[in-house]
Write a protein that binds this ligand. Structure first.
Ligand code: PAF
Length: 283
């Protein structure tokens, strides 16, 4: 596996592969790999001849009071894990190389970025879109793979790619969960033992909501009230940031569920802010 640290090194490698007719898949990450990241890498491998993984804790997607400095890191372990997955190139640039001191250009999709996580993280998706578009220009992928745990991120990136005619196929990969149902996340490392024991209650709450939908409940307010009760009982230390039932593409809140619906949640639990989601319709 090549380890590339400079922007010209990645561009030159991508250009060589493109000239040889090789299909490139990109997996953008912020490192601290877990099984969810490795599943993205394996999926990328099945879609292309060459897999590039970026490992970059993107400062512009963190708000001033967020966990940029504390975000978990382990370069040695990440390199070993990516190497074992047969990744062709791991790109890990310095922040100063990615952003000039007078960086002034942003990519924003306000209609999709200002809801759900965007309410408490108003500049988050602007930072995500900007770095992802930069990575697309550098790695020149034919396809890019993102986890569906960050459903809103995936929707925002899909819209950005469509609106800006970016010739990259955006592929979502199903959420990878721990055996007790907790969605895998680098931020799970922040949980105390007591919080970790409560955290799977979030997914159980989503499953209970899906069960109510299968039984015929279509009123979003009733479904959300049920979820709120379930979380109060099973995740008593958790503070919901939002609990929403939205259309999966527009991310607009639904009052009644008809053809397509997704429940998306963010719950603060100790130092962690955990997000999860589940498709409710179509059944
Ligand atoms: O999902 C993430 O880890 C990040 O938001 C991403 C897509 C790598 C952009 O920094």
């Amino acid at each position: 596996m090549q380890i590339l640290s400079t922007l010209p090194d990645l561009s030159a490698q991508a250009e060589r592969w493109r000239t040889e007719g090789q299909r490139i898949a990109l997996v953008p990450t912020m490192g601290y790999f877990h099984e969810g990241h490795l599943a993205l890498m394996r999926h990328a491998r099945s879609l292309a001849h060459r897999v590039v993984v970026s490992r970059f804790i993107n400062p512009t997607q963190f708000g001033p009071a967020e966990d940029l400095a504390a975000y978990p890191r382990d370069a040695g372990r990440d390199i070993a894990l990516a190497g074992a997955e047969g990744v062709d190139a791991l790109f890990q640039p310095a922040a100063e190389a990615m952003y000039a001191p007078d960086h002034a250009t942003w990519v924003d999709v306000p209609a999709l970025s200002s809801v759900l996580c965007g309410v408490s993280r108003p500049t988050h998706f602007r930072g995500v879109c900007t770095v992802v578009l930069k990575l697309f220009h550098l790695a020149r992928p034919h396809v890019a793979v993102f986890g569906e745990k960050d459903w809103q991120q995936l929707a925002v990136i899909r819209r950005m790619a469509r609106d800006l005619n970016v010739d990259v196929d955006i592929v979502g990969h199903p959420i990878v969960r721990e055996s007790d149902g907790l969605a895998m996340s680098s931020r799970n490392a922040y949980l105390s033992a007591e919080e970790r024991a409560q955290a799977p209650g979030i997914y159980r709450g989503l499953l209970a909501m899906a069960h109510r939908v299968r039984q015929g409940e279509r009123d979003a307010a009733a479904l959300l009230a049920g979820l709120r009760e379930d979380l109060k009982r099973d995740v008593p230390s958790g503070e919901p940031d939002y609990l929403s039932i939205v259309h999966p593409d527009t991310l607009q809140n639904l009052t009644r569920l008809d053809d397509a619906a997704l429940v998306a949640v963010a719950v603060r639990l100790g130092r962690a802010r955990l997000i999860d989601n589940l498709r409710l319709l179509p059944l």
